[in-house]
Ligand binder design. Structure first.
Ligand SMILES: [Zn+2]
Length: 444
């Protein structure tokens, strides 16, 4: 930029470190980031910034790292109200004996609203600006997202059996199509088709979902190969592994978000790479439910885009992407039996740009590049557990805690400032969670 007069911007952020994520591993020291109309206007060294930009507001973040807002690529926000309700049981019994019977009696717009607000408050506090969600009443979550100022991909649920959301197979699909239409122009909301899992949705329903999603350019988000038992049962019943079946039904492709994938053969990794599919890795949920370890290092080596998700708070039990990054790095090395696997910069990519790529919005968010939305997170690295500091990326993944997030912006709008939530009432969210606890206890 060579203009003699400084350009007018809305906000100028100064930070000791800026980690743009693209290019990989780059750490800019004493840098400024300018925001105009909700988007990143540019980055420059602090001592050149005042000559380049005339800002309405200047915020000096001091000993902070400014990073892209984190992208939590898989979860079930309303299930935050079931956090800790049934722990220490395997997936099948967890779902069939605990979660599903409770949900049957609880789910409705009010449950969804209260849970989504609790989840969003927690995620914003932890530096997350964008999340992918799969649950009933996505229209209610959409209202909550709009009010809270976050960015999200919401699934139109697709199931075989009737539920409070839809009476039959066709109604699930028509409601998903309607959501796509309704939010087509929304700047921060994206709709995906969300078949729950290969074992809860028929061939016909999966094929129809794939075709309709393709027509609308919408992603398909589905739990796949979550446990060895899921794969073994499918092979026993049909002679085929679920991924092969999904491939035959037209589900697998560049808009396919394959959640979990703890059971992968070499040829399945090659197939995911060849089809440009994304895997959403949920290490803490996979460890807690003893589902298995995803071969993330092999996926990355094959060129597969791997994003990171917390899964719902009922199986994690938090929505903390800093904790998730650390778990992903540690589990990734453990599974690969290689300490060099999943270096910190690669894990930071999984939590930011890879998530945006999986959701199909990497041109808009996921890194700090001029023109993208100003989805930002400021992390205070001047704390005991991040001192001394030799390597910023290393500290962000291995040492930093989500409580070190001081400020968060989404599309330039502040959602957290000096540790204070700005778009959600923290006390009201806590009181509502306590009221739902009484309801849940009354049902047990
Ligand atoms: Zn899930």
């Amino acid at each position: 930029m060579n203009s003699a007069r400084p350009e007018e911007v809305d906000l100028l952020l100064l930070a000791r470190w800026v980690v743009p994520v693209v290019p990989r591993g780059e750490v800019l020291c004493d840098f400024a980031l300018a925001v105009r109309d909700g988007r990143i206007a540019g980055l420059s060294p602090v001592d050149e910034a005042r000559a380049l930009w005339q800002a309405e507001e200047v915020l000096d973040l001091g000993n902070h790292a400014l990073i892209p807002g984190l992208v939590n690529s898989h979860g079930h926000t309303p299930m935050s109200l079931l956090r800790g309700v049934a722990d220490d049981v395997p997936l099948k019994g967890w779902l069939e004996d605990h979660i599903w019977p409770l949900e049957e009696r609880l789910i409705g717009p009010e449950f969804v609203r209260a849970g989504a607000q609790l989840a969003m408050a927690e995620m914003i506090r932890g530096g997350t600006t964008c999340f992918a969600d799969m649950y009933f009443f996505p229209d209610v979550v959409a209202e909550c997202v709009t009010d809270a100022g976050m960015r999200a991909q919401l699934c139109g649920p697709v199931l075989e059996f009737p539920s409070i959301w839809a009476a039959d197979a066709e109604e699930y699909l028509s409601k998903a199509r309607d959501l796509c239409e309704r939010f087509r122009e929304h700047p921060r909301l994206h709709i995906a088709f969300g078949p729950h899992a290969p074992y809860t949705v028929s061939d016909g329903q999966l094929r129809a979902a794939a075709e309709q999603a393709a027509d609308l350019g919408a992603p398909i988000h589905i739990h796949v190969h979550e446990t060895a038992a899921e794969v073994e049962e499918a092979v026993r019943a049909s002679g085929r592994r679920p991924l092969a079946r999904l491939k035959d039904l037209g589900v697998v492709g560049p808009r396919f978000q394959c959640v979990h994938a703890t059971q992968l053969l070499d040829e399945e990794i090659a197939m995911l790479a060849a089809t440009d599919a994304s895997v959403v890795h949920c290490p803490e949920s996979n460890m807690k439910l003893a589902s298995g370890g995803c071969r993330v290092a092999d996926l990355l080596k094959a060129g597969v885009n791997v994003a990171l998700g917390t899964d719902g708070a009922a199986s994690n039990n938090d929505l903390d992407m800093f904790g998730e990054m650390r778990s992903a790095a540690l589990l990734g090395k453990f599974v690969a039996e290689d300490a060099a696997a999943l270096p910190a910069a690669a894990v930071l990519e999984m939590a930011t740009i890879n998530g945006a790529r999986a959701l199909g919005i990497d041109a808009e968010t996921g890194s700090l590049e001029a023109g993208k939305w100003a989805d930002l997170c400021a992390v205070d690295l001047g704390r005991l557990n991040t001192s001394p500091l030799y390597d910023v990326c290393s500290h962000l993944v291995y040492a930093a805690q989500s409580s070190q997030v001081s400020h968060v912006w989404c599309a330039g709008r502040p959602l957290l400032a000096d540790g204070e939530l700005l778009t959600l009432e923290e006390n009201a969210v806590l009181e509502s969670a306590a009221r739902w606890r009484e309801r849940v206890l009354g049902l047990r």
